[in-house]
Design a protein around this ligand. Structure first.
Ligand SMILES: *Cc1c(COP(=O)(O)O)cnc(C)c1O
Length: 479
């Protein structure tokens, strides 16, 4: 399988070559040259596989430059009940992503947040850690991952990379801006390949430092700087797996269709659903749920993509969706414009210059319904109401992001055919967001037994001003 850049660069690298890099040389995102398809016989056979086996079958269609025995071993080591151990009482740990009906045959919840950090990012990041280790070992190389986080990504990356000898992680976070639980998750790690840097500023300041360091090509090469962010194709491929697995859990035959509602920020999770559909999974609709930062909802309603400036981005109670520029959206628009990289590059020239594009009067917008996407928006009061309502009706405590998904799912449920169940993807556990749960339910969320007391462990973090040179010096002294 070869990969191409959305912006038309001539090179056609294979999977292992794009794994350790981020963007294509022309600033585009990588996609497979052609999306592999699944025969109906395969789909039938896959229905009965374990999660790790299914992951191997799907990933082997995207990864053809790792021997199958090795890839199978990586999947077996990644998707274990021990890694994804934070299941709800009554759920089957062996399923990795347990599914439960809230309204039988109508509305279900697919739990993607049972990994080490209680957010769905573990689903892909744990695989990424093992793939990085494998490829670096083969090549005798090392990598220093530099990233910025407002919460979930940083901890997922650190838990995936901790203890891996060829990898170091330098993670910037905004000093004092994350929840106490999120801080404790990251800063209590004592592995000597993990470096937490708290920047006295906002998330955007941290993000700007990462960009500035990455733009210094000489520094980047000298210190083997890499990334693990959500544009990484390996993360997208890993996420395709749970759409298939969720489909099998909710249906009894491959003649049935389902719809998915996905709490969205960077459009990484839901785009994996689009890939699953292109492969042949019978998906009736993909519904993107946003919070008050509704740039994606606006696009699907109007055809206008209007990334917001940092100053127009709201700080909300579903913070992992506080995204004003959806980095994976470029992949979707590439498909929408018929994989025409010249058109795509023109649109993103606008976006990269801080502008807007409007497809409403183009043939592309006319085609949009063929993609069978839908969208909706949720706000703080909706979130609280959904957390209360789902708790009262089904005795399940959902987190604020999943609550946004639930709100938007309810809005769309009636427009689906009666025989099409709607699956809401649970992207985090309530334990991470105690403050909002208290506001909704008047009590604290339950904390998994092995994470209780996390907040009183000693923390290790370097507090630094938002100064690029200081961060570079810190990295240089440790690599
Ligand atoms: C990252 C994240 C999201 C948004 O997912 P995208 O792939 O960026 O669309 C939603 N919910 C939670 C809890 C997250 O951590």
């Amino acid at each position: 399988m070869k990969y191409l850049s959305t912006r038309g660069h001539a090179a056609r690298p294979e999977f292992c070559d794009i794994l350790l890099g981020g963007l294509a040389p022309d600033g585009g995102l990588y996609l497979p040259e052609s999306i592999p398809t699944v025969s109906s016989a395969e789909l039938e056979a896959w229905r009965h596989l374990s999660y790790a086996e299914l992951a191997f079958e799907i990933l082997s269609k995207f990864i053809t430059d790792i021997p199958v025995g090795d890839l199978r071993d990586i999947c077996d080591r990644t998707y274990t009940a021990d890694v994804y151990r934070h299941v709800r009482a009554g759920d089957d740990a062996a399923r990795i992503v347990p599914f439960r009906w809230l309204e039988p045959g109508k509305l279900g919840l697919l739990a993607l947040s049972n990994g080490p950090t209680l957010a769905f990012k573990d689903m892909a990041m744990q695989l990424l850690g093992n793939l990085f280790e494998y490829v670096l070992d083969k090549r005798g190389e090392t990598i220093n991952i530099l990233g910025a986080t407002s919460g979930d990504t940083g901890s997922a990356a650190e838990y995936a990379m901790r203890g891996k000898p060829r990898i170091k992680v330098f993670m910037l976070s905004p000093h004092g801006k994350m929840s106490a639980f999120q801080r404790a998750q990251m800063y209590s790690l004592t592995d000597d390949n993990i470096f937490n840097i708290a920047i006295t500023g906002m998330f955007d300041d941290a993000q700007d430092i990462v960009k500035a360091v990455s733009n210094d090509a000489a520094f980047k090469a000298r210190h083997h700087i890499g990334a693990a962010n959500s544009i990484n194709w390996a993360r997208q491929a890993a996420q395709v797996v749970y759409y298939f697995y969720g489909y099998f859990a909710a249906t009894s035959s491959n003649a049935q269709r389902v719809a998915f509602c996905v709490p969205s920020g960077n459009f990484a999770n839901i785009f994996a659903g689009q890939i699953a559909r292109r492969m042949g999974l019978p998906v009736e609709r993909l519904i993107a749920a946003t919070n008050e930062n509704d740039v994606l909802d606006e696009f699907f309603r109007t055809g206008v993509y209007r990334p917001r400036k940092a100053s127009e981005t709201y700080v909300t109670s579903s913070p992992s969706m506080d995204i004003s520029k959806a980095s994976n959206f470029e992949r979707f628009v590439f498909e929408l414009v018929g994989r025409d990289s010249a058109v795509l590059a023109g649109l993103w020239k606008e976006v990269d210059a801080g502008g807007v594009f409007d497809l409403s009067r183009t043939p592309f917008f006319v085609r949009l319904p063929e993609f069978r996407f839908a969208s909706g928006r949720s706000a703080h009061a909706d979130r609280l109401e959904m957390i209360r309502d789902v708790h009262a009706r089904y005795a399940v405590t959902i987190d604020p992001h999943t609550a946004d998904g639930m709100k938007v799912a309810r809005q769309h449920a009636d427009s689906l055919p009666a025989d099409v169940p709607l699956l809401v993807l649970e992207t985090a556990q309530a334990a991470k967001f105690a403050e909002t749960i208290r506001e909704a339910l008047g009590r604290d969320p339950e904390i998994p037994a092995d994470l209780q007391g996390l907040e009183v462990l000693p923390q290790r973090v370097e507090v630094m001003p938002p100064d690029v040179e200081a961060v570079k010096a810190f990295i240089a002294a440790r690599t």
